[in-house]
Design a protein around this ligand. Structure first.
Ligand SMILES: O=C(O)CCC(=O)C(=O)O
Ligand SMILES: [Fe+2]
Length: 525
């Protein structure tokens, strides 16, 4: 698929241009066909007029008589041939032939792209109307969605059984439909039917009935409208009788009828207050609403990175603490633009959809909770890869002989990676077994692009976040000194709202760090 890496969408401009070229040639062929038919017609009209005007005299000449017969017996077939020549199906055939090489998005891409928009809408609490007007945090080159575009987003949500967004997008489609008086882009009947049904699915039967009545006002004979109306009326009657019985105390249980009332939540001032469910915490952090509480933030420092590596004396590197326990540190300007460009170039042709390990089967598979493409760059394949690996070793003081290859990642539309651990948990016995290098002791991640909006790396357990900055990097230990996993390192990559996010990471393993980071008997000593 294409939508899972933004860099893979860059060719779409050319793909579309190619298709337009083909359409242009098809139109020309169609016009040519019409011209040919007109020419035949004019020619035949001329001789036919002569024939009609002097019927008998004309046919007395055997040459003329022969020509009349020939026109009707043979020439007319030529016309039939031209008229049935199918330019359209040739066009479709051509497209099918080149669709592989042009990499035309398919239905999976359309669904993925629609879901990406909806993920962004949810995570960043965007207004449906703002998205419809392309108004996403002041981004440039905005484009207004038509009623048809909104309808399609609603339909995609419906196919994913996401009735909340079906309703939001159908409502928006309806609103825009009303302003499209000269050129309608979606059928109102279908908009209203989807809107009514998703309203019903969310528990508002009265609302569904009201909308269906509106549908029938617009289109009295709407085939499904009539049936749906009867069904909703029946449902309402059933509800009313349940309420009556409850009032009379016929049933013991209290039934909650108003399912449409959804719980809201308020964002607490700091993470020390009531904990949010992880999902809410993650999303609030992505929006930048939750940060490290002041009591902890006060202790964070900026300094020059220091260890025994002489490199750091020759080339001071600025470090910034983002959290202390676990220690999350950000290094600034640790990857040069020239390195970034070269690494992107090396990785681009090899990008493949990122996979996750199924914790039950140990199999690698794709998942909607990780949307990106990645490529692995080997030590020794390019001097710059070695140079970057060396820098990680110097900054961390760790042995990189047992580290995984450099993983280069490009996120796609709304690309994200939901909360996860980088280390293998005790029950995930299969995880790194074949490598024979132990667990992932530490993560080093380079940010290879600025991201205009969204795309932070957030740690929901501790409230810390890393906001991508081209050339910066983040580093943390995933394991305690005892070798146990540090559950506070749970982290996520927030959906990219605007821009293209590139990162590369180096996962460092336990074996080889015996002297660099000796183990301890208690978790942290
Ligand atoms: O891209 C990011 O911000 C984090 C990526 C990540 O956590 C991972 O790939 O394991
Ligand atoms: Fe991770």
């Amino acid at each position: 698929e294409i939508f899972t890496a933004l860099v893979d969408m860059e060719h779409l401009a050319y793909t579309e241009r190619e298709l337009l070229g083909m359409l242009d040639r098809a139109i020309q062929a169609e016009e040519q066909k019409i011209q040919t038919l007109k020419k035949y017609m004019e020619q035949y009209q001329r001789v036919n007029r002569e024939l009609v005007d002097n019927q008998e005299a004309y046919l007395h000449n055997p040459v003329n008589a022969y020509l009349v017969v020939k026109r009707l017996a043979a020439d007319w077939k030529i016309v039939q041939g031209v008229i049935t020549e199918n330019v359209g199906s040739k066009f479709v055939e051509n497209i099918t032939q080149v669709s592989e090489s042009l990499r035309i998005p398919d239905d999976e891409d359309l669904n993925g792209a629609a879901m990406a928009l909806i993920r962004l809408q949810d995570t960043y609490r965007l207004n449906t109307a703002d998205i419809a007007s392309g108004e996403i945090q002041g981004s440039r080159l905005k484009r207004q969605l038509t009623a048809g575009d909104c309808f399609e987003l609603g339909r995609q949500s419906y196919n994913n059984a996401d009735f909340k967004h079906t309703a939001l997008w159908m409502e928006e489609a309806w609103k825009i439909w009303r302003s499209e008086s000269d050129e309608r882009t979606a059928p109102l009947g279908d908009i209203l039917e989807y809107l009514a049904f998703s309203t019903y699915k969310m528990g508002d039967v009265e609302g569904a009935l009201r909308l269906t009545n509106q549908l029938l006002d617009e289109e009295p004979g709407h085939p499904r409208g009539v049936g749906n109306k009867a069904y909703y009326e029946q449902e309402l009657a059933k509800q009313a009788s349940t309420v009556r019985r409850q009032r009379k105390g016929e049933t013991g249980e209290e039934e909650d009828l108003d399912v449409s009332v959804r719980e809201g939540y308020t964002v607490p001032e700091s993470t020390e207050e009531a904990r949010l469910p992880e999902r809410d915490m993650y999303e609030a952090m992505c929006r930048g609403e939750i940060t490290v509480p002041p009591s902890k933030a006060r202790k964070l420092k900026c300094y020059y990175a220091h260890n025994s590596a002489p490199f750091l004396l020759l080339q001071p590197i600025r470090a910034e603490d983002l959290y202390l326990k676990p220690h999350l540190v950000m290094y600034h300007d640790v990857m040069y633009d020239s390195e970034i460009e070269a690494i992107k170039q090396l990785a681009s042709p090899r990008l493949a959809r990122a996979t996750v390990q199924n914790s039950k089967t140990g199999q690698l598979e794709t998942a909607s909770y990780r949307i990106s493409k990645s490529a692995w760059l080997k030590q020794g394949e390019h001097p710059l890869v070695d140079q970057v690996n060396r820098r990680v070793a110097q900054l961390t003081g760790l042995n990189l002989d047992t580290a995984e290859e450099l993983q280069v990642v490009n996120y796609g539309m709304g690309g994200h990676y939901e909360p996860h651990f980088d280390f293998a948990r005790k029950e995930e016995t299969n995880a790194f077994k074949s490598l024979g290098t132990g667990n992932r002791i530490a993560t080093f991640i380079f940010y290879m692009s600025d991201v205009e909006a969204g795309g932070a790396t957030v740690f929901p357990e501790i409230g810390a976040a890393v906001w991508p900055r081209k050339g910066s990097a983040a580093f943390w230990y995933n394991l305690h000194r005892s070798g146990e996993g540090d559950y506070d390192t749970r982290h996520a990559a927030c959906p990219v709202l605007i821009g293209s996010k590139w990162v590369s990471n180096k996962w460092i393993h336990e074996i080889g760090q015996e002297f660099a980071r000796p183990c301890g008997l208690t978790p942290d000593e």
